[in-house]
Write a protein that binds this ligand. Structure first.
Ligand code: AGP
Length: 609
């Protein structure tokens, strides 16, 4: 996610802004910039690349001034570039804005502003905010920002400054974090505490809909109705390292906990009318192009491959289209059969995985249309694909992928709905049923995330073992594969996933007294079969931990432990059922004192064959 820093006080602002942005670097970004109020007015400097690039551009003639804002950008709309970097200005250089979040209606706002005579220079949604503030400014920056954000649909954490009112920073937030650091004769604003922790531990946390006027000597916070609020002062007790992880002990746990927000951000503007409709205009696929697709070939590696397996089940079930899923490292060397009407769907969190990129380029050489699902704007995969459906999970730091994987699943479901709509095989009611069920998932997920203690207890059983099995039928098998990989890659327990029906064809020989078997049981149509497989294991004294959908047949008396998962439509259950497996892997790795965020031998992005 992007990083925001603001400062107003008696010290030179530039070095404080740069230092604050560096404290947010761990969040991942692709460009940076600052705007400072100097004697000659607002000075804006920004650069693609690392903060060091910005510093090099500024050199020793860094702008003086003791008020300013800074930003590190994680691109969502518009590739990483100098122009797309924040801060963004209006037509004049008198206003500057930095922003985290996604403005869903930025295109319509941009058109309206252009009709009012505004001229845009970037591809970003954020630039709209700067022009809106400029448009509404009539001598009161707070009122101008208040009117601007009322026009916005989507999420924002923003800070605005203007030359005419150089003694204040105005900030507003909705669905994206913003905190105010309270100093002596100076004050700070940031998207995250580490940016100003070296200066102050006293903070005000802005809540959704609140706005603030921050001067060197005072902080005034207003409720959505304009009422002045008396906010309590929070004391930050974390140290700097903990603060980078949002107070969590590891990035992986932080990213697991961020998944509801990652889902909400990724569906924002795409599942519209509260999920009753789907809108993937960024793909710009006509109904004819969608109807011409006769086959889908999903290519990916690792966790992304497991996402593709879930996509296969969903697409074949709903679109009645043949879907093949292949490991990119196999696809690229097996001379695959690709006819012209095969859509090649490439999935990659980093967008830089060498095997996946090579597979994409092979498909391109064959002349196939390529659609990418990736989390990194401007990545190699994004640049080489014909169409891109971005996941908006924000940067994923832990090597083990969690929130990126979950948003890949969501993107596959949304793509399925979109193709079904464009191909005319899904009616409005069917789309609404699935779309509203998708919109309910983040809240259902929050209920699961609150049950860590149950998973810690299961992890205590798992931790001493050197092998474990994951089993499932239908789409549960795909989830079992991801659960096994999570456990393997961070706890080093040798975990294998099997289709439940396969056990008696060999694996049952390995079931010995007490060995842990994670049994997925969320698919209504095969619950009784799943129960039979569990009994096969119990008859041989395996230790069965069952992850079962709520309200289904009771497994409790048949297994050693059951974890109930809130019910959603069968085909959507992977988004809920994989998360307890992520937490189980995490707590097992912690119990085994493994380096959770950086497991041995692994890299976050495998850019070599
Ligand atoms: C995920 O937990 C693993 N770290 C790994 O399997 C990863 O999914 C794989 O390397 C693919 O990465 P990508 O999504 O960036 O292409």
């Amino acid at each position: 996610m992007c990083g925001i820093v603001g400062y107003i006080g008696t010290q030179p602002a530039y070095s404080i802004l740069i230092d604050g942005l560096k404290k947010l670097e761990y969040r991942g970004y692709d460009s940076a910039g600052v705007a400072l109020l100097c004697a000659k007015g607002l000075k804006v400097e920004k650069a693609k690349g690392e903060i060091a690039m910005l510093e090099a551009r500024v050199g020793n003639n860094f702008p003086e001034g003791n008020m300013g804002i800074g930003h590190t950008r994680w691109a969502t709309h518009g590739a990483p570039s100098d122009i797309n970097a924040h801060p963004h200005c209006g037509c004049s250089q008198e206003f500057a804005v930095v922003h985290n979040g996604i403005i869903e209606n930025y295109l319509s706002l941009r058109e309206w502003l252009e009709e009012q005579g505004h001229r845009f220079i970037s591809e970003t949604d954020t630039e709209v905010l700067a022009h809106l503030v400029e448009h509404y400014y009539d001598g009161d920056l707070l009122r101008a920002v208040s009117q601007a954000v009322k026009m916005v649909e989507g999420s924002f954490a923003m800070v605005a400054v203007c030359e005419q009112e150089g003694d204040k920073l105005i900030c507003a937030r909705k669905d994206s974090p913003l905190v105010i650091g309270l100093g002596e004769g100076e004050n700070y604003i940031a998207s995250d505490v580490p940016a100003f922790l070296k200066w102050t531990r006293h903070t005000h946390i802005l809540e959704d809909g609140e706005m603030a006027v921050v001067t060197a000597s005072a902080v005034s916070i207003f409720a959505p109705n304009g009422q002045l609020l008396q906010k309590e002062i929070n004391e930050v007790t974390w140290d700097a390292a903990e603060a980078e992880k949002g107070g969590y002990p590891h990035f992986m746990l932080k990213e697991i906990m961020e998944q509801p927000r990652a889902l909400r951000d990724t569906m924002r503007g795409r599942l519209i009318d509260e999920g009753r409709d789907i809108n993937l205009t960024e793909l710009a696929l006509t109904p004819q192009q969608c109807q011409a697709i006769e086959r889908i070939f999903i290519v990916a590696c690792g966790t992304a491959y497991h996402a593709g397996l879930v996509g296969k089940y969903a697409m074949e079930k709903i679109l009645r289209l043949p879907v093949e899923v292949d490991l990119a490292s196999e696809f690229r060397y097996r001379d695959p059969l690709l006819d012209p009407n095969t859509l090649v769907l490439v999935i990659s969190q980093s967008g830089e995985t060498a095997d996946t990129l090579a597979a994409l380029r092979l498909a391109r050489k064959r002349g196939n249309q390529i659609l990418a699902i990736t989390n990194v704007v401007g990545s190699s995969v994004a640049r080489d694909a014909d169409k891109v459906l971005y996941t908006w999970a924000g940067p994923e730091i832990a090597v083990a992928s969690t929130k990126a994987y979950l948003t890949q699943l969501l993107s596959l479901y949304m793509l399925t709905l979109y193709l079904g709509k464009q191909r005319g095989i899904l009616d409005g009611q069917t789309i609404a049923e699935m779309g509203t069920a998708l919109c309910r998932l983040p809240t259902q997920l929050e209920s699961i995330l609150g049950r860590e203690a149950e998973l810690q207890q299961i992890a205590d059983y798992l931790a001493p073992w050197e092998s474990a099995f994951f089993i499932g039928r239908n789409v549960d098998y795909a989830v079992a594969m991801e659960g096994a990989l999570k456990l393997k890659e961070i706890s080093y327990i040798h975990a294998e996933a099997y289709a439940s029906g396969e056990l008696k064809h060999g694996t049952l020989a390995l079931i010995v007294d007490g060995i842990p078997v994670i049994a997925m049981a969320t698919q209504s149509a095969v619950l009784d079969k799943s129960l039979s497989n569990i009994k096969e294991i119990k008859a041989r004294c395996g230790h069965v931990i069952c992850f079962a959908r709520e309200g289904a047949i009771s497994f409790a008396q048949e297994v050693d432990r059951v974890f109930h998962i809130p019910a959603a439509p069968d085909i959507l259950m992977p988004i809920l059922s994989v998360v307890p497996l992520q937490l189980l892997a995490y707590y097992t790795a912690v119990a085994r004192a493994c380096p959770v965020d950086k497991p041995r031998n692994l890299a976050k992005s495998v850019t070599v064959e």
